[in-house]
Each structure stands twice: as C-alpha cells, then as structure tokens.
Design a protein around this ligand. Structure first.
Ligand code: FES
Length: 84
C-alpha cells in the first residue's frame, strides 16, 4: 500500500466503548462517520480495523490515521507536517 490515508483530524478523539460491542475503525480517513468506517474506503487499499470492546471504557482514538497502534492514538499526530 503506497497511498497515505487522509488526515481526518490532527488530535485524537475520545470515544466511549461498550463491552462486547463490535467497532470498525476507519483507517482511510474518508469516512463521514469518524472515527468509524462508513464504507468510504471502497476503491482504496484500506480496510477498517474491526475490534470488540473488552470492557466499558473510554479510548483515545487516532484521527490522523498515522498511528502504528490503531485504533489507539500513539502520539504520531504530534510529528505531522504543518498544514499547507
Ligand atoms: S471508511 Fe475508512 S476504512 Fe472504511
């Protein structure tokens, strides 16, 4: 995969997860329902990260789509190049 995902946001967003519920985290940045997948990745090489919440908990979810620990923010947004 050579294309970079679209930056959907330059700071993480906090989401409240429900234990046992399935989520599909958007990795392409094209979803209109950030941070979750809405099928907007169709036609790209991106696929959502599907996961099940292990507990009722808040998570800081990556919005820049550059995290190496998706869907969690790993701080990569702090080293993004400035917006042009
Ligand atoms: S819309 Fe981005 S991964 Fe599905």
């Amino acid at each position: 995969m050579s294309e970079l995902p679209k930056i959907a946001g330059r700071t993480p967003t906090k989401v409240s997860l429900e234990e046992g519920k399935n989520y599909a985290y958007c990795t392409c940045g094209l979803s209109e329902n950030q941070p979750f997948c809405d099928g907007g990745h169709k036609g790209t090489d991106f696929k959502p990260i599907v996961f099940t919440a292990e507990a009722d908990a808040d998570m800081h979810v990556c919005m820049c789509k550059r995290t190496a620990n998706g869907p969690r923010c790993d701080g990569t947004h702090n080293s993004l190049p400035a917006e042009s």
